[in-house]
Design a protein around this ligand. Structure first.
Ligand code: C2E
Ligand code: MG
Ligand code: MG
Ligand code: MG
Length: 292
């Protein structure tokens, strides 16, 4: 009977799996609520020109402030947001908020630095993405020459033709595009010469053992060389120690980002860094001592 069949089927569901499903449904409801109540905010992490210690930009990184759980990291809700489609309103808010913040910094008379915004896979596949970005730029008064959009390798390779088309359109209007988490996904490098990106962001996994592991060191060197051969800038993510910084400088890596310089900070705290616009080695040392 149907009932027996149902019972048989039920055996495939462990209580553990059921728990996972419940937790996910709970979380999806909460996330929808968070979108309605706007429980998100942006942190900003400095990006530094490694040759001279100058601040060249900040990356906007989303945080979710849940009234019960506290601050939730994007790693714990972006995948669900992608799955539920909530990533679309969330992403629109992120871009709008980042542009609004940039315009505010400019109005205070700070030197312009670029602002990087992460674009999710599903957001990037939207056919009206470029129009949406243009509209946000127009309404916020953002200077598009200071906007960088970050997409991951994985996102770009989901539909390479679409990616090439979108990146070309963005670049034609002055927006820059960075390839995020580079080196983690795919072994074929052929696509790299087809993608008209400006910047390669070497994934932070390369930083971890760069001092102790010869293979990682050679790979990092290769990524830096490859980027330069293709006339691209290269950013190292996840710089945590001075040894890593010295290695990157010795190997002419252009830009860097990591806890050594600063963790991602709320707008009030990053204000001072943007105002000064420079990370001298002296300041760096001081910051290490005061602990960031
Ligand atoms: P990502 O774009 O690669 O961002 C870099 C991540 O590395 C950030 O984590 C940053 O806090 C962290 N990080 C920076 N320096 C260091 C370091 O020295 N050591 C270590 N261990 N980590 C460092 P976060 O903020 O948790 O974001 C994680 C990921 O979530 C991002 O990776 C990005 O893929 C995604 N994400 C963040 N904000 C957004 C957003 O607004 N929209 C979308 N679609 N995705 C976002
Ligand atoms: Mg990023
Ligand atoms: Mg990254
Ligand atoms: Mg990452």
């Amino acid at each position: 009977s149907a009932k027996t069949g149902g019972r048989d089927c039920y055996q495939f569901f462990s209580p553990r799996l059921q728990e996972d499903i419940n937790r996910k449904t709970d979380m999806a409801v909460k996330l929808r609520h968070a979108v309605e109540k706007n429980q998100f905010y942006l942190y900003y992490q400095p990006q530094i020109d490694l040759a001279n210690g100058k601040l060249i930009g900040v990356e906007a990184l989303i945080r979710w402030a849940d009234p019960e759980k506290g601050i939730i990291s994007p790693k714990d809700f972006i995948p669900l947001a992608e799955e539920t489609g909530l990533i679309i309103p969330i992403s629109e808010w992120v871009l709008k908020e980042a542009c609004r913040q940039y315009v505010k910094w400019l109005s205070k008379g700070y030197n312009p630095v670029s602002i990087s915004v992460n674009i999710s896979a599903r957001q990037f596949q939207q056919r009206d993405l470029v129009a949406k970005i243009n509209s946000i730029i127009a309404t916020t008064g953002m200077d598009r020459n200071y906007l960088t959009l970050e997409i991951t390798e994985g996102t770009a390779l989901m539909d390479l033709d679409h990616a090439i088309d979108v990146i070309k359109k963005l670049r034609d209007t002055g927006i820059k595009v960075a390839l995020d988490d580079f080196g983690t996904g795919y072994s074929s490098l052929n696509y790299l010469k087809l993608l008209p990106v400006n910047i390669i962001k070497m994934d932070q996994t390369f930083m971890r053992d760069i001092i102790s592991d010869n293979t990682d060191r050679e790979m990092a060197k290769t990524i830096i060389c490859l980027s330069h051969k293709l006339n691209l800038y290269v950013t190292a993510e996840g710089i945590e120690t001075e040894d890593q910084l010295v290695f990157l400088k010795d190997n002419h890596c252009d830009y860097g980002q990591g806890y050594l310089f600063s963790r991602p900070l709320p707008p009030e705290e990053i204000d001072d860094i943007i105002c000064r616009g420079i990370f001298s080695m002296l300041q760096l040392k001081k910051m290490e001592y005061v602990n960031i």
